[in-house]
Design a protein around this ligand. Structure first.
Ligand SMILES: [Cu+2]
Length: 407
């Protein structure tokens, strides 16, 4: 309930408090004017004040919290990003019944290992669409829509040529229909045409993984951008028949944007802002679902090889992925498994796309993962990789103690 109280307080201060302040001022003026003016003059002054007050309140902007675009006019192939009023009301009515997730961030180490077999097989996967409540930052609460209760969704791993049987369960407690469009699928809607399920339902998609590579999957229920901006995306790796090289560490990182009516850092439950999303003006830009999600989970030793599977759920921004102080020995651009670039500083991760980067850790210390459009760091787009081991003065040396530059 604290979140709802904070939200109510937000509404109050954003608008109602101003109205009350003007009313109080009006009453004071009325009493003062009564003593010195004629009744006619007093009515005139009062009307003048009233009009000024209304003009001021309107011109300072209809309070953003009340300007929620219930009926936004848009020109996409389906409904725009306004949430139906009934859904918003159901949300508040059921607020205490929603699943609370302690940590919305998926651990970057949470991915299955390499596929050992060298033949095609049938693979059965079930994913639950779960609408939950969790924190974007301390006391900043979001209603996340997820695959599997965390952001990003589970890392799926199959082999080129596999027959995949994917079931989507939409929990009964959810409010919205959900679906999955996998960019690894050849067929209408990337599978969303047959897997979409209403709350309490489940549907299965069967597909053959024809093309190797690392692909984004995401919810494709209209308004698609809206569902993605609530956290509904993940990655599926279709390993090539020839296999990827074996590395010491694999990590799973996914960038995404969140759009709230409350500005950056505003505490309490946040209301989704469809207008900000259409304008491409996110409040939060984060790795793995929330600010500060990647801290000490990614630890490697000097001399060890690392591969990162990096995706971008968007929905608007292209990520300029970079690790401060580390050069990518190899990049598989746009996650194509048969193209390799060597010695890359920063690589693009398109909205709805992915990349794979590989490097060997050589010098111990803390390395910061960023979207090198660096203003985005302050909205949350950074994480850390920790390299442990002996100093390597042939490669990196200074007279001062090394320190990490997180500040
Ligand atoms: Cu959805």
């Amino acid at each position: 309930m604290t979140e709802i109280f904070l939200l109510a307080r937000f509404f109050f201060f954003d608008w109602i408090a101003w109205t009350l302040a003007f009313l109080a001022l009006g009453i004071i003026l009325f009493i003062a004017a009564k003593k010195v003016c004629s009744t006619r003059m007093e009515l005139f002054l009062l009307a003048l004040f009233g009009f000024s007050a209304i003009f001021w309140l309107l011109s300072s902007g209809i309070p953003s919290t009340l300007a929620y675009p219930w009926n936004l006019t848009t020109y996409g192939p389906a409904a725009g990003p306004s949430l139906p009023v009934a859904n918003a009301l159901t949300f508040f009515k059921n607020f205490d019944g929603f699943e609370r997730v302690d940590d919305i961030a998926r651990d970057p180490r949470d991915l299955p290992g390499p596929i050992e077999r060298d033949y095609e097989d049938d693979v059965y996967i079930t994913i639950e669409a779960r609408e939950v409540v969790s924190d974007m930052a301390e006391d900043v609460t979001f209603n996340y829509w997820t695959f599997g209760g965390q952001v990003p969704g589970p890392f799926l791993r199959v082999r080129e040529g596999d027959n995949v049987h994917l079931t989507l369960k939409n929990l009964e407690t959810n409010i919205h229909q959900h679906s999955i469009d996998l960019h690894a699928v050849t067929g209408p809607g990337g599978g969303s045409a047959v897997i979409g399920a209403n709350p309490g339902e489940e549907n299965t998609l069967d597909f053959k993984a024809l093309n190797p590579g690392l692909y984004v999957y995401h919810c494709a229920t209209p308004n698609v951008a809206n569902h993605m901006a609530h956290g509904m995306y993940g990655l599926i790796l279709v390993e090539p028949k020839e296999k990827l090289t074996v590395v010491d560490h694999e990590f799973y990182v996914m960038q995404g944007e969140f759009y709230s009516v409350g500005e950056l850092g505003r505490k309490g439950l946040q209301v989704f802002d469809g207008k900000k999303m259409l304008a491409g003006d996110p409040s939060y830009i984060v790795f793995n679902g929330r600010t500060g999600a990647l801290t000490d989970q990614m630890q490697v030793n000097t001399g060890e090889s690392v591969r990162m599977y990096v995706g971008n759920g968007g929905v608007n921004l292209i990520s300029s992925f970079h690790i401060i102080g580390e050069i990518f020995d190899r990049v598989f651009p746009e996650a194509a498994t048969n193209v390799v670039l060597e010695n890359v500083q920063t690589t693009l991760v398109p909205a709805g796309g992915a990349t794979m980067v590989e490097f060997t850790a050589e010098v111990p210390g803390t390395y910061i993962l960023v979207d090198h459009a660096l203003a985005r760091l302050d909205r949350g787009a950074w994480g850390t990789l920790i390299v442990n081991g002996e100093e390597n003065p042939d490669i990196y040396h200074g007279d001062k103690e090394t320190s990490d530059h997180t500040h």
